[in-house]
Design a protein around this ligand. Structure first.
Ligand code: AMP
Length: 215
């Protein structure tokens, strides 16, 4: 089953994608993670996109479509693919449709995660992740049990995203409403859309995601 997790920044797409990887052995394709990896390894492309990402704007369709195309080339995803943070524009959605059909793959469901804006801003501003295992924490709602030690792997280095600040977040939200939210109608028209409430405990949202996939 190949799916898209669709939703504004901070909706919990990455968190739910991780769970699906663990639970179902699916492969997560996150263009945000790929772009951050390109930045930290210092590639030409990584340098070009750094400022755009920090401002919370979108990098070009050409770059992200290219990244996804590379990933679809192998035979990864026997247990399904989760597209996380892609597509973000109508042009990307069209390109994904074409890429999948060229590879003989289908798009089975688009799960829209709905979370209100105030909650999104709060979630993103306090969030940090373990530098080793990627576990996601939050200053107020999910601190580590012991100060500065990851509950999951014991590591003591944590990361905060450069774009998880109030100004970038406002741009990211605006960009979402302007460029990405039209995909809700697009996938509704393609009979792929399943919408869930993305607010609440991770486990509760996870069972809503499972419910949406079983529809
Ligand atoms: P994310 O981790 O998905 O929130 O993405 C972080 C940033 O990477 C975004 O704010 C954009 O600047 C860039 N980015 C990630 N995915 C895409 C995409 N599909 N199209 C354009 N820009 C993207």
């Amino acid at each position: 089953m190949n799916i898209i997790l669709l939703g504004p920044p901070g909706a919990g797409k990455g968190t739910q994608a991780h769970r699906l990887v663990e639970a179902r052995g699916m492969v997560q394709l996150s263009t945000g993670d790929m772009l951050r990896a390109a930045r930290s390894s210092g590639t030409e492309m990584g340098k070009r996109v750094a400022d755009i990402m920090d401002r919370g704007e979108l990098v070009t369709d050409e770059i992200v479509i290219g990244l996804i195309e590379e990933q679809l080339d192998g035979d990864a995803g026997a247990h399904g693919i989760i597209f996380d943070g892609f597509p973000r524009t109508l042009a990307q959605a069209d390109a994904l449709g074409e890429l999948l059909s060229a590879k003989g793959k289908t798009l089975d469901a688009v799960v829209e995660m709905r979370v209100d804006d105030t909650a999104l801003v709060k979630r993103v501003i306090g969030r940090f992740t373990c530098g080793n295992c990627g576990e996601v924490y939050h200053d107020e709602t999910k601190p580590t049990a012991k100060d500065d030690i990851c509950d999951k792997c014991g590591n003591s280095e944590f990361k905060r995203r450069a774009d998880d600040n109030e100004e970038s977040m406002r741009t990211r939200l605006m960009t979402y409403y302007r460029e990405t939210s039209p995909l809700i109608g697009y996938y509704y028209a393609h009979k792929r859309l399943r919408s869930i409430d993305g607010l609440g405990e991770i486990e509760a949202v996870a069972s809503r995601v499972e419910g949406a996939l079983a529809e």
